[in-house]
Design a protein around this ligand. Structure first.
Ligand SMILES: O=c1ccn([C@@H]2O[C@H](COP(=O)(O)OP(=O)(O)O[C@H]3O[C@H](CO)[C@@H](O)[C@H](O)[C@H]3O)[C@@H](O)[C@H]2O)c(=O)[nH]1
Ligand SMILES: [Mn+2]
Length: 707
């Protein structure tokens, strides 16, 4: 009645393809049930060969079935979010909240200062009122070089920010922007071309200065004398032993802090928190909490954006996207944080080491359906108050209730982000997943196999710790978050537990080939149908899903390989370390992923040649399993061609086992190559080859003759 219709700042829509998806999911579950029926009704009798293997295989299948069911919780209903940034500007342009941006870095060698500065510059140049923006760099490396680079970046920003705003450029990380202009220069007029050349020169000069200092290995006296901040390093003894170094490099309130066009600059703060050898610094969680405390005394922004040092802003409007959720008049007050996906700009076409693609294009949209996206450390906008422990209260929006006095991120878990997000949700808050077409952040994915496996080990270990801890979604989550939401979390929380079923499935069927014992239905039996159906439907499903997410066919194949490798190494090692951790023996470490690689390593990465290049227990496990399958198959072939049973009969009884063994061999081709054929530095060292040959041979002989 004359009242204006309420126009929300964001909209939620259902993802497409629901009916087709649900139909396929239901039919696969019927197949899975039939497989179990077969297993139960056909158990080999006591004393018969294969009874033990049968039981283990059945256990593995039950596990996979359960896990498959968990993944359905993330696919059953998926949603998309759409923001209306024009409405936000119309209503709130003059009352936008302060935003504090935290960039964390920890090691000047594997996280080069120039890369970190590109991230810093990209977030300084957000399309947002500069007086409301503050950028904090946490340097756990406590490095003079990073500090020096930061000073240089502050100078360069005075040119860079006006340039970005004048020409509305994207992305606003200088390095990434220059790469993008190299490929298309049509969109520029003459004036811009000139300005571009100037700004590029300035950037190169800055990069050269930083590079020189790093190469020299020290900061020159000339530079030191210009900036009194360096004196803070006089009492510095090591990265693990120094007092707090806090420097406000640009103070936004200072009337003299202006860019070259005379506009206000964002506040810029450097922090290397105090560290002492005897006190645990709690890795990134410790750094974040130091930033929360320090920033509350400087800018105290209502919102906190947190990015890893390699995750530059690729979309200058992302703050506004986040605000559309948090400032929405109807639903905004219930939302604690807005998470963007982690995307990467160094992926090769077929993503040799997996890319998280399916997680972010499919599964997180399902988690979002429960209003419960997890917090994944980078690319997340938090309300300061919720991050500091405020409990959500329906009764009175303004009432503050503090559940516990501990503020900030939770310590003691290698995925500090996930557990922190979960606890926020358990306090009654909602969260939102925002995945616009133009990606908000781009970072660096691991470029060697070992890095990829170690990273996944850290994640799966952290998740398993959550599952077993007081804050497990199973017991702590009960009644605090919904059932679907719990199941969705468990899909990641139980990553590591996949190792046993994966190990069983990638060894036992092949080992039983050696003995000529069949563990699957004959090809002429009707029971082959559910097996064939589940195998085909599940693989076609995941293939289509992968392509739909923008991947390539070969990328899907590589994804299957990495899934197998993670299962038998990352998850296994994470599982064992978690148990040892609970027995009180070790503290879990945070192994930082390197963001640089040697030239020849990068070259192989570009060519998608798998990088081993060293020995690691993980590689020994991988090579042993690969060889075990190869030996089993070779042995079996020999027996089948020379034995009394004809090939046809063997095929009739063992077809699925043969198929599985062959698939495992084909998927391991890059590994055999690295063991025996390659000459480059990225191959597997001969020590790994000898060990794995011995282990695999030993296992085959024992299984064939002794067991
Ligand atoms: O003691 C430390 C260790 C790490 N970091 C920073 O944490 C970030 C993430 O480290 P990285 O080695 O790149 O790990 P990723 O596996 O890529 O990080 C993901 O997973 C982590 C949890 O395992 C989260 O903290 C991250 O935000 C999330 O992006 C980097 O900026 C580091 O500089 C610190 O500040 N202090
Ligand atoms: Mn990273």
């Amino acid at each position: 009645m004359g009242e204006e219709r309420y126009l929300p700042l964001f909209e939620t829509t259902n993802a497409k393809g629901k009916v087709l998806y649900r139909f396929s999911a239901v039919s696969v579950s019927v197949g899975i049930c039939l497989i179990s029926v077969y297993r139960v009704t056909h158990i080999p009798k006591a004393g018969e060969d294969g009874r033990f293997g049968w039981m283990l295989l059945f256990a593995a299948e039950l596990w996979f079935a359960f896990y498959w069911f968990l993944t359905q919780a993330l696919r059953w209903s998926r949603i998309n979010r759409q923001t209306f940034k024009d409405r936000l500007s119309e209503r709130y342009e003059n009352e936008l909240p302060g935003v504090d941006i935290f960039v964390c870095t920890a090691d000047p060698i594997i996280e080069p200062p120039i890369m970190v500065m590109n991230t810093v510059l990209s977030v300084m140049a957000y399309d947002y009122p500069a007086e409301k923006l503050s950028v904090y760099l946490s340097d756990d490396g406590g490095s003079e070089f990073t500090y020096y680079a930061f000073l240089e970046a502050a100078e360069f920003a005075k040119h860079w920010i006006p340039y970005c705003k004048k020409y509305s450029v994207e992305p606003r990380s200088p390095a990434a922007y220059f790469v993008s202009t190299a490929s298309d220069d049509q969109s520029q007029n003459q004036k811009q071309t000139r300005d571009l050349a100037v700004i590029k020169k300035l950037y190169e000069a800055m990069a050269a200065k930083i590079g020189n200092a790093v190469n020299l290995g020290r900061i020159s006296e000339e530079v030191r004398s210009k900036h009194k901040g360096f004196s803070r390093w006089d009492s510095y003894s090591s990265k693990r032993d120094h007092e707090t170094i806090l420097q406000i490099v640009i103070d936004g309130r200072d009337p003299n802090a202006r860019d070259v066009e005379g506009c206000v600059l964002p506040t810029l703060v450097y922090l290397a928190r105090e560290k002492r050898p005897q006190i645990h610094h709690n890795f990134k969680a410790g750094a974040m909490n130091a930033l929360i405390r320090v920033s509350s005394n400087i800018s105290n922004g209502k919102l906190i954006l947190n990015v890893d040092c390699d995750m530059y802003s690729n979309n200058s409007k992302a703050i506004r996207d986040a605000l559309c959720f948090l400032m929405d008049e109807e639903q905004g007050h219930e939302i604690a944080y807005v998470q963007f996906p982690q995307n990467f700009d160094n992926l090769t076409k077929n993503e040799l080491y997996a890319s998280l693609r399916v997680y972010f294009e499919v599964e997180f949209h399902g988690l979002d359906n429960y209003w419960g996206t997890s917090y994944i450390g980078s690319g997340c906008f938090h309300r300061r108050e919720t991050l500091c422990g405020k409990k959500f209260s329906k009764v009175n929006k303004s009432e503050m209730k503090w559940e516990d006095k501990k503020m900030g991120l939770k310590y003691g878990c290698p995925v500090e982000d996930v557990i922190t997000g979960l606890l926020i949700q358990c306090r009654g808050w909602k969260s939102v997943y925002c995945n616009p077409t133009r990606k908000a952040f781009l970072g660096l994915a691991p470029t060697t196999l070992l890095q990829a496996l170690v990273q996944h080990k850290r994640w799966s270990e952290g998740h398993l710790q959550i599952t077993l801890s007081k804050y497990s979604v199973v017991w702590y989550g009960r009644g605090r978050i919904g059932l679907g939401h719990q199941l969705g979390y468990l899909r990641y929380n139980l990553w590591a537990a996949n190792c046993w079923a994966t190990l069983i499935y990638s060894t036992l069927p092949s080992l039983y080939l050696l003995r000529g014992t069949s563990l699957f239905p004959q090809i002429s039996s009707r029971w082959i149908i559910p097996f064939a159906f589940v195998i085909i439907a599940k693989n076609i499903g995941s293939f289509v899903e992968f392509l739909w997410c923008g991947g390539t066919s070969l990328g899907w194949w590589n994804d299957q390989r990495i899934w197998l490798y993670q299962g038998t190494t990352s998850y296994l090692f994470a599982f064992i370390d978690t148990i040892v951790h609970y027995l009180g023996y070790i503290d879990s470490a945070f192994v930082i992923t390197a963001k640089v690689a040697d030239e020849d390593v990068s070259e192989r990465y570009e060519k998608e040649i798998m990088e081993f290049g060293g020995s690691s227990p993980m590689f020994t496990v991988l090579a042993t399993l690969a060889l075990l399958n190869l030996y089993c198959f070779a042995w079996f072939l020999k027996a089948a061609t020379t034995g009394t049973k004809g090939i046809a009969e063997v095929y009739e009884t063992m077809s699925l086992q043969i198929l599985l063994c062959v698939v495992l061999i084909v998927i391991n081709l890059p590994l055999y190559e690295a063991l025996y054929l390659r000459k480059d530095k990225g191959k597997l060292p001969s020590s790994v080859a000898f060990k794995s040959m011995a282990f695999a041979g030993f296992a085959c002989i024992c299984f064939k003759f002794l067991y």
